[in-house]
Design a protein around this ligand. Sequence first.
Ligand SMILES: [Zn+2]
Length: 453
Amino acid sequence: MKDRTCSLSSFSTYLHKGFDLRRHARRMADARTGPDISPASIFLALFHAFVFRLPSVQQLETELSHSYLQNWIGAERAFRDDTLRYSLCSFKLEPLEQLLVESNRRLKRRKALDAGRVQGRLVAALDGVEVLSSFSRRCESCLERRVTEKEKTGQTRERLQYYHRAVGCQLVSSLVKPFLAVEWLRPGEGEDTAALRLLARLPQLYGSRFFDILLLDSLYAQAPVLELAQQTGWDVVITLKQEKRDLYQDALGLFQARGPDQIFSASQEGKTYAVRLWEESGLPFTQDYPRPLRVVRTQEEVTETHYRGDQKQTETTSHEWVWISTLAASAFPAPVVRRLGHLRWKNENNGWMDLTQHWAFKHGFLHACRHRPQHRPPSGKRELVPNHGLAAVTLILLIAFALCTAFVLRHSKRARRDHLTGLAVAAQLRSGLSKAPPSIRAPTESPSAPNLG
Ligand SMILES: [Zn+2]
Protein backbone atom coordinates (compact mmCIF):
# COMPACT_ATOMS: atom_id res chain seq x y z
CA MET A 1 0.00 0.00 0.00
CA LYS A 2 1.28 3.41 -0.87
CA ASP A 3 2.41 5.32 2.18
CA ARG A 4 1.43 8.95 1.83
CA THR A 5 2.21 10.04 5.37
CA CYS A 6 5.34 11.86 4.26
CA SER A 7 3.91 13.34 1.11
CA LEU A 8 3.86 16.99 0.24
CA SER A 9 0.08 17.02 0.12
CA SER A 10 -0.18 15.76 3.70
CA PHE A 11 2.39 18.36 4.77
CA SER A 12 0.46 21.04 2.91
CA THR A 13 -2.80 20.02 4.59
CA TYR A 14 -1.03 20.01 7.94
CA LEU A 15 0.22 23.57 7.38
CA HIS A 16 -3.00 25.05 6.09
CA LYS A 17 -5.53 23.28 8.28
CA GLY A 18 -3.37 23.06 11.36
CA PHE A 19 -1.61 26.42 11.29
CA ASP A 20 -3.62 28.56 8.90
CA LEU A 21 -0.49 29.22 6.87
CA ARG A 22 -2.32 30.82 3.95
CA ARG A 23 -4.18 33.30 6.14
CA HIS A 24 -0.90 34.23 7.82
CA ALA A 25 0.85 34.47 4.43
CA ARG A 26 -1.72 37.02 3.26
CA ARG A 27 -0.79 39.24 6.20
CA MET A 28 2.84 39.52 5.13
CA ALA A 29 3.90 43.01 4.08
CA ASP A 30 6.94 44.88 2.81
CA ALA A 31 7.75 48.45 1.76
CA ARG A 32 7.37 47.98 -2.03
CA THR A 33 4.54 49.83 -3.74
CA GLY A 34 2.25 47.85 -6.05
CA PRO A 35 4.47 44.80 -6.52
CA ASP A 36 3.27 42.09 -8.93
CA ILE A 37 4.87 39.38 -6.79
CA SER A 38 3.09 39.62 -3.44
CA PRO A 39 4.84 39.55 -0.04
CA ALA A 40 2.84 36.33 0.58
CA SER A 41 4.57 34.68 -2.40
CA ILE A 42 7.98 35.94 -1.30
CA PHE A 43 7.37 34.49 2.18
CA LEU A 44 6.17 31.14 0.81
CA ALA A 45 9.11 30.93 -1.62
CA LEU A 46 11.66 31.30 1.17
CA PHE A 47 9.64 29.06 3.49
CA HIS A 48 9.76 26.45 0.71
CA ALA A 49 13.52 26.94 0.29
CA PHE A 50 14.03 26.12 3.97
CA VAL A 51 11.56 23.22 4.11
CA PHE A 52 13.25 21.52 1.17
CA ARG A 53 16.70 22.54 2.41
CA LEU A 54 17.64 24.17 -0.86
CA PRO A 55 21.36 24.89 -0.71
CA SER A 56 21.36 28.38 -2.20
CA VAL A 57 19.33 31.28 -3.48
CA GLN A 58 20.44 30.26 -6.99
CA GLN A 59 18.78 26.87 -6.46
CA LEU A 60 15.60 28.61 -5.37
CA GLU A 61 15.71 30.69 -8.54
CA THR A 62 15.96 27.52 -10.62
CA GLU A 63 13.03 25.95 -8.78
CA LEU A 64 10.99 29.09 -9.26
CA SER A 65 11.28 28.71 -13.03
CA HIS A 66 8.96 25.68 -12.73
CA SER A 67 5.25 26.34 -12.71
CA TYR A 68 4.60 23.82 -9.92
CA LEU A 69 6.46 25.95 -7.41
CA GLN A 70 4.87 29.14 -8.73
CA ASN A 71 1.49 27.46 -8.17
CA TRP A 72 2.37 26.37 -4.69
CA ILE A 73 3.38 29.85 -3.57
CA GLY A 74 0.64 31.66 -5.51
CA ALA A 75 2.95 33.58 -7.87
CA GLU A 76 1.82 34.45 -11.40
CA ARG A 77 5.30 34.05 -12.86
CA ALA A 78 8.90 33.17 -12.07
CA PHE A 79 10.98 35.74 -10.25
CA ARG A 80 14.59 36.14 -9.40
CA ASP A 81 17.02 36.78 -6.63
CA ASP A 82 16.75 40.58 -6.99
CA THR A 83 12.97 40.51 -6.35
CA LEU A 84 13.55 38.35 -3.29
CA ARG A 85 16.18 40.74 -1.95
CA TYR A 86 14.21 43.90 -2.70
CA SER A 87 11.19 42.52 -0.82
CA LEU A 88 12.91 40.77 2.08
CA CYS A 89 15.16 43.72 2.95
CA SER A 90 12.03 45.79 3.57
CA PHE A 91 9.89 43.02 5.10
CA LYS A 92 7.66 43.83 8.07
CA LEU A 93 8.76 41.67 10.98
CA GLU A 94 5.55 41.73 13.06
CA PRO A 95 3.47 39.37 10.87
CA LEU A 96 6.38 36.89 10.81
CA GLU A 97 6.75 37.01 14.57
CA GLN A 98 2.97 36.62 14.97
CA LEU A 99 3.09 33.49 12.83
CA LEU A 100 5.94 32.05 14.90
CA VAL A 101 4.11 32.81 18.16
CA GLU A 102 0.79 31.48 16.88
CA SER A 103 2.44 28.28 15.60
CA ASN A 104 4.10 27.67 18.95
CA ARG A 105 0.84 28.30 20.80
CA ARG A 106 -0.93 25.78 18.60
CA LEU A 107 1.84 23.22 19.13
CA LYS A 108 1.42 23.63 22.87
CA ARG A 109 -2.39 23.43 22.75
CA ARG A 110 -2.11 20.18 20.77
CA LYS A 111 0.28 18.76 23.34
CA ALA A 112 3.10 18.48 20.78
CA LEU A 113 5.43 19.91 23.42
CA ASP A 114 4.40 17.58 26.25
CA ALA A 115 6.77 14.65 25.75
CA GLY A 116 9.94 15.24 27.74
CA ARG A 117 8.46 17.54 30.39
CA VAL A 118 10.64 17.46 33.52
CA GLN A 119 8.51 16.84 36.64
CA GLY A 120 5.62 18.09 34.53
CA ARG A 121 7.37 21.33 33.56
CA LEU A 122 8.33 22.78 30.19
CA VAL A 123 11.96 23.82 29.92
CA ALA A 124 13.42 26.59 27.74
CA ALA A 125 16.99 27.78 27.25
CA LEU A 126 18.76 30.92 26.12
CA ASP A 127 21.63 30.68 23.69
CA GLY A 128 23.52 33.05 21.45
CA VAL A 129 24.62 32.52 17.86
CA GLU A 130 26.80 34.43 15.45
CA VAL A 131 24.99 34.67 12.16
CA LEU A 132 27.62 36.09 9.83
CA SER A 133 30.94 37.90 9.80
CA SER A 134 32.83 39.88 7.19
CA PHE A 135 35.95 42.02 6.84
CA SER A 136 34.60 43.98 3.91
CA ARG A 137 30.81 44.22 3.91
CA ARG A 138 29.18 46.23 6.63
CA CYS A 139 25.75 47.66 7.33
CA GLU A 140 24.39 50.25 9.75
CA SER A 141 23.62 47.64 12.43
CA CYS A 142 26.85 45.60 12.27
CA LEU A 143 28.73 44.77 15.45
CA GLU A 144 32.48 45.34 15.28
CA ARG A 145 35.51 43.65 16.79
CA ARG A 146 39.27 43.56 16.28
CA VAL A 147 40.62 40.22 15.08
CA THR A 148 44.30 39.30 15.11
CA GLU A 149 45.43 37.39 12.04
CA LYS A 150 48.69 35.66 11.32
CA GLU A 151 50.10 36.41 7.88
CA LYS A 152 52.23 34.15 5.69
CA THR A 153 55.32 36.05 6.75
CA GLY A 154 54.64 35.02 10.34
CA GLN A 155 53.75 38.54 11.37
CA THR A 156 50.44 39.26 13.00
CA ARG A 157 48.11 42.09 12.12
CA GLU A 158 44.88 43.39 13.54
CA ARG A 159 41.81 43.78 11.34
CA LEU A 160 38.37 45.18 11.98
CA GLN A 161 35.67 42.55 11.53
CA TYR A 162 31.93 43.12 11.17
CA TYR A 163 29.43 40.57 12.41
CA HIS A 164 25.88 39.92 13.55
CA ARG A 165 24.84 38.00 16.63
CA ALA A 166 21.48 37.11 18.15
CA VAL A 167 20.16 35.50 21.33
CA GLY A 168 17.39 32.93 20.94
CA CYS A 169 15.02 31.35 23.43
CA GLN A 170 14.26 27.73 22.53
CA LEU A 171 12.12 25.04 24.15
CA VAL A 172 14.50 22.19 24.90
CA SER A 173 12.59 19.60 26.93
CA SER A 174 10.30 18.50 24.09
CA LEU A 175 11.04 16.44 20.97
CA VAL A 176 9.91 19.39 18.87
CA LYS A 177 12.21 22.22 19.95
CA PRO A 178 10.77 25.42 18.54
CA PHE A 179 12.41 28.79 19.06
CA LEU A 180 10.06 31.16 20.85
CA ALA A 181 11.77 34.42 19.85
CA VAL A 182 15.10 35.95 18.90
CA GLU A 183 16.70 39.26 19.79
CA TRP A 184 19.55 40.86 17.85
CA LEU A 185 22.51 42.44 19.56
CA ARG A 186 22.75 46.13 18.79
CA PRO A 187 26.08 47.84 18.09
CA GLY A 188 28.07 48.33 21.26
CA GLU A 189 25.94 46.21 23.58
CA GLY A 190 26.66 42.87 25.26
CA GLU A 191 24.81 39.60 24.86
CA ASP A 192 23.41 39.94 28.39
CA THR A 193 21.63 43.19 27.41
CA ALA A 194 20.00 41.55 24.37
CA ALA A 195 19.07 38.55 26.54
CA LEU A 196 17.31 40.81 29.06
CA ARG A 197 15.38 42.48 26.27
CA LEU A 198 14.36 39.07 24.93
CA LEU A 199 13.25 37.80 28.36
CA ALA A 200 11.22 40.97 28.94
CA ARG A 201 9.46 40.52 25.57
CA LEU A 202 8.58 36.82 26.00
CA PRO A 203 5.65 37.31 28.42
CA GLN A 204 4.24 39.97 26.07
CA LEU A 205 4.33 37.47 23.21
CA TYR A 206 3.25 34.31 25.02
CA GLY A 207 2.00 35.17 28.50
CA SER A 208 4.13 34.45 31.54
CA ARG A 209 3.58 30.71 31.87
CA PHE A 210 4.22 29.39 28.39
CA PHE A 211 7.18 27.51 29.90
CA ASP A 212 8.24 26.99 33.51
CA ILE A 213 12.01 26.57 33.77
CA LEU A 214 14.74 28.61 32.09
CA LEU A 215 18.25 27.22 31.53
CA LEU A 216 21.02 29.80 31.39
CA ASP A 217 24.78 29.94 30.88
CA SER A 218 26.86 31.78 33.45
CA LEU A 219 27.08 34.69 31.00
CA TYR A 220 23.49 35.48 31.96
CA ALA A 221 23.93 34.84 35.70
CA GLN A 222 23.22 38.39 36.74
CA ALA A 223 20.90 39.98 39.27
CA PRO A 224 18.63 41.70 36.66
CA VAL A 225 18.04 38.36 34.90
CA LEU A 226 17.20 36.61 38.17
CA GLU A 227 14.87 39.44 39.18
CA LEU A 228 13.08 39.34 35.85
CA ALA A 229 12.72 35.55 36.04
CA GLN A 230 11.33 35.80 39.56
CA GLN A 231 8.82 38.50 38.57
CA THR A 232 7.68 36.47 35.56
CA GLY A 233 7.38 33.24 37.55
CA TRP A 234 10.13 31.23 35.86
CA ASP A 235 12.48 29.02 37.82
CA VAL A 236 16.08 29.04 36.63
CA VAL A 237 18.98 26.59 36.40
CA ILE A 238 22.26 28.38 35.71
CA THR A 239 25.46 26.61 34.73
CA LEU A 240 28.27 28.37 36.59
CA LYS A 241 31.72 28.62 35.11
CA GLN A 242 34.81 29.02 37.20
CA GLU A 243 35.67 32.51 36.16
CA LYS A 244 34.59 35.54 38.15
CA ARG A 245 31.94 33.94 40.30
CA ASP A 246 32.27 34.42 44.00
CA LEU A 247 29.46 31.97 44.45
CA TYR A 248 31.41 29.30 42.59
CA GLN A 249 34.32 29.70 44.98
CA ASP A 250 31.97 29.84 47.99
CA ALA A 251 30.29 26.63 46.90
CA LEU A 252 33.55 24.80 46.32
CA GLY A 253 34.86 25.95 49.70
CA LEU A 254 31.68 24.76 51.34
CA PHE A 255 31.78 21.34 49.72
CA GLN A 256 35.52 20.76 50.07
CA ALA A 257 35.31 19.93 53.74
CA ARG A 258 32.77 17.16 53.33
CA GLY A 259 32.07 14.03 51.35
CA PRO A 260 29.42 13.87 48.63
CA ASP A 261 25.74 13.83 49.54
CA GLN A 262 24.98 11.29 46.82
CA ILE A 263 26.95 8.83 44.72
CA PHE A 264 25.28 7.25 41.71
CA SER A 265 25.86 6.19 38.14
CA ALA A 266 23.88 7.00 35.03
CA SER A 267 23.98 5.97 31.37
CA GLN A 268 23.13 8.13 28.41
CA GLU A 269 23.82 7.81 24.69
CA GLY A 270 26.45 5.12 25.11
CA LYS A 271 28.29 6.89 27.91
CA THR A 272 28.34 5.97 31.57
CA TYR A 273 28.62 8.61 34.25
CA ALA A 274 29.98 7.93 37.73
CA VAL A 275 28.60 10.89 39.65
CA ARG A 276 29.53 12.34 43.06
CA LEU A 277 27.02 15.03 43.98
CA TRP A 278 26.89 17.75 46.61
CA GLU A 279 24.09 20.20 47.29
CA GLU A 280 23.42 23.12 49.57
CA SER A 281 20.46 25.45 49.93
CA GLY A 282 20.31 29.05 51.05
CA LEU A 283 23.43 30.56 49.49
CA PRO A 284 23.07 34.26 48.68
CA PHE A 285 23.79 34.93 45.00
CA THR A 286 25.41 38.36 45.21
CA GLN A 287 25.03 41.47 47.33
CA ASP A 288 22.71 43.03 44.75
CA TYR A 289 20.56 39.87 44.64
CA PRO A 290 20.57 38.49 48.17
CA ARG A 291 17.73 35.99 47.65
CA PRO A 292 19.14 32.60 48.70
CA LEU A 293 19.65 30.03 45.96
CA ARG A 294 20.35 26.34 45.80
CA VAL A 295 23.74 25.08 44.64
CA VAL A 296 24.37 21.65 43.11
CA ARG A 297 27.88 20.49 42.34
CA THR A 298 29.02 17.27 40.69
CA GLN A 299 32.26 15.51 39.89
CA GLU A 300 31.67 13.14 36.99
CA GLU A 301 33.82 10.39 35.52
CA VAL A 302 32.52 9.85 31.99
CA THR A 303 33.41 6.58 30.30
CA GLU A 304 32.93 6.19 26.59
CA THR A 305 33.75 3.29 24.28
CA HIS A 306 35.13 4.01 20.81
CA TYR A 307 35.82 1.59 17.99
CA ARG A 308 38.94 2.18 15.90
CA GLY A 309 38.57 -0.44 13.21
CA ASP A 310 38.03 -3.65 15.18
CA GLN A 311 39.75 -2.24 18.23
CA LYS A 312 37.54 -1.38 21.16
CA GLN A 313 38.91 1.51 23.18
CA THR A 314 37.57 2.80 26.45
CA GLU A 315 38.23 6.36 27.48
CA THR A 316 37.41 8.01 30.79
CA THR A 317 37.43 11.76 31.36
CA SER A 318 36.77 13.84 34.49
CA HIS A 319 34.40 16.78 34.63
CA GLU A 320 33.21 19.17 37.27
CA TRP A 321 29.93 21.07 37.23
CA VAL A 322 28.26 23.68 39.41
CA TRP A 323 24.68 24.82 38.95
CA ILE A 324 22.61 27.32 40.87
CA SER A 325 18.87 27.04 40.84
CA THR A 326 15.67 28.46 42.26
CA LEU A 327 13.89 25.07 41.99
CA ALA A 328 12.52 23.73 45.27
CA ALA A 329 14.38 20.68 46.60
CA SER A 330 11.10 18.96 47.50
CA ALA A 331 9.88 18.80 43.89
CA PHE A 332 13.26 18.75 42.13
CA PRO A 333 15.82 16.49 43.85
CA ALA A 334 19.44 17.39 43.07
CA PRO A 335 19.90 14.62 40.42
CA VAL A 336 16.99 16.21 38.50
CA VAL A 337 18.72 19.63 38.67
CA ARG A 338 21.82 17.89 37.29
CA ARG A 339 19.76 16.36 34.49
CA LEU A 340 18.32 19.77 33.64
CA GLY A 341 21.82 21.26 33.65
CA HIS A 342 22.90 18.56 31.19
CA LEU A 343 19.88 18.85 28.90
CA ARG A 344 21.58 18.79 25.57
CA TRP A 345 20.41 20.98 22.76
CA LYS A 346 23.42 22.93 21.58
CA ASN A 347 25.24 20.16 19.78
CA GLU A 348 22.45 17.86 18.85
CA ASN A 349 19.99 18.10 15.99
CA ASN A 350 17.51 20.90 16.45
CA GLY A 351 19.67 23.59 18.03
CA TRP A 352 21.26 26.70 16.53
CA MET A 353 24.09 24.41 15.39
CA ASP A 354 21.70 22.32 13.33
CA LEU A 355 20.24 25.46 11.81
CA THR A 356 23.64 26.76 10.75
CA GLN A 357 24.81 23.41 9.35
CA HIS A 358 21.77 21.74 7.85
CA TRP A 359 19.32 24.53 7.26
CA ALA A 360 21.63 26.83 5.28
CA PHE A 361 21.35 29.48 7.94
CA LYS A 362 24.29 31.58 6.81
CA HIS A 363 22.34 33.94 4.64
CA GLY A 364 24.82 36.62 3.77
CA PHE A 365 22.94 37.44 0.59
CA LEU A 366 20.83 40.09 2.32
CA HIS A 367 23.57 41.56 4.45
CA ALA A 368 24.49 45.16 3.67
CA CYS A 369 22.18 44.95 0.67
CA ARG A 370 21.35 48.39 -0.71
CA HIS A 371 18.80 47.06 -3.19
CA ARG A 372 15.74 48.02 -1.21
CA PRO A 373 12.85 50.49 -1.34
CA GLN A 374 13.09 54.09 -0.22
CA HIS A 375 10.79 56.05 2.04
CA ARG A 376 10.47 59.68 3.13
CA PRO A 377 10.71 60.02 6.91
CA PRO A 378 9.18 63.08 8.68
CA SER A 379 12.57 64.78 8.45
CA GLY A 380 12.05 65.14 4.72
CA LYS A 381 14.81 63.61 2.59
CA ARG A 382 14.13 60.31 0.81
CA GLU A 383 16.26 57.45 2.12
CA LEU A 384 16.46 53.67 2.03
CA VAL A 385 14.08 51.90 4.45
CA PRO A 386 15.87 50.14 7.36
CA ASN A 387 17.25 46.75 6.27
CA HIS A 388 15.27 43.99 7.98
CA GLY A 389 16.53 41.28 5.64
CA LEU A 390 18.56 39.22 8.08
CA ALA A 391 15.88 39.36 10.78
CA ALA A 392 13.13 38.45 8.29
CA VAL A 393 15.04 35.47 6.89
CA THR A 394 15.83 34.26 10.41
CA LEU A 395 12.15 34.38 11.43
CA ILE A 396 11.09 32.50 8.26
CA LEU A 397 13.75 29.89 9.00
CA LEU A 398 12.53 29.47 12.59
CA ILE A 399 8.92 29.10 11.40
CA ALA A 400 9.95 26.48 8.80
CA PHE A 401 12.07 24.68 11.39
CA ALA A 402 9.25 24.48 13.98
CA LEU A 403 6.56 23.36 11.54
CA CYS A 404 8.77 20.85 9.72
CA THR A 405 10.10 19.12 12.80
CA ALA A 406 6.61 19.07 14.35
CA PHE A 407 5.23 17.47 11.18
CA VAL A 408 7.99 14.88 10.96
CA LEU A 409 7.82 13.93 14.64
CA ARG A 410 4.09 14.02 15.20
CA HIS A 411 2.50 13.19 11.89
CA SER A 412 4.80 11.12 9.79
CA LYS A 413 4.49 7.53 10.96
CA ARG A 414 6.85 6.47 8.24
CA ALA A 415 9.55 8.92 9.32
CA ARG A 416 9.35 7.49 12.83
CA ARG A 417 9.12 3.86 11.73
CA ASP A 418 12.00 4.07 9.26
CA HIS A 419 14.06 6.52 11.32
CA LEU A 420 14.17 8.90 8.39
CA THR A 421 16.33 11.91 9.03
CA GLY A 422 15.03 15.42 8.60
CA LEU A 423 17.14 15.72 5.46
CA ALA A 424 15.60 12.58 3.95
CA VAL A 425 12.11 13.86 4.70
CA ALA A 426 12.99 17.20 3.10
CA ALA A 427 14.16 15.39 -0.04
CA GLN A 428 10.93 13.35 -0.14
CA LEU A 429 8.76 16.42 0.24
CA ARG A 430 10.72 18.19 -2.46
CA SER A 431 10.40 15.30 -4.89
CA GLY A 432 6.65 15.35 -4.24
CA LEU A 433 6.50 18.91 -5.48
CA SER A 434 7.41 18.01 -9.06
CA LYS A 435 5.43 14.75 -9.10
CA ALA A 436 2.02 16.00 -8.12
CA PRO A 437 1.52 19.68 -8.85
CA PRO A 438 -2.29 19.80 -8.96
CA SER A 439 -2.92 17.98 -5.68
CA ILE A 440 -0.66 20.18 -3.62
CA ARG A 441 -2.31 23.42 -4.54
CA ALA A 442 -4.22 24.56 -1.53
CA PRO A 443 -6.04 21.33 -0.69
CA THR A 444 -8.18 23.16 1.85
CA GLU A 445 -9.36 25.83 -0.56
CA SER A 446 -12.37 25.67 -2.83
CA PRO A 447 -11.69 26.04 -6.57
CA SER A 448 -13.14 29.54 -6.55
CA ALA A 449 -10.96 30.75 -3.71
CA PRO A 450 -8.83 33.74 -4.63
CA ASN A 451 -5.24 33.26 -5.57
CA LEU A 452 -2.69 34.20 -3.00
CA GLY A 453 -0.96 36.67 -5.30
ZN1 LIG B 1 25.81 44.24 9.13
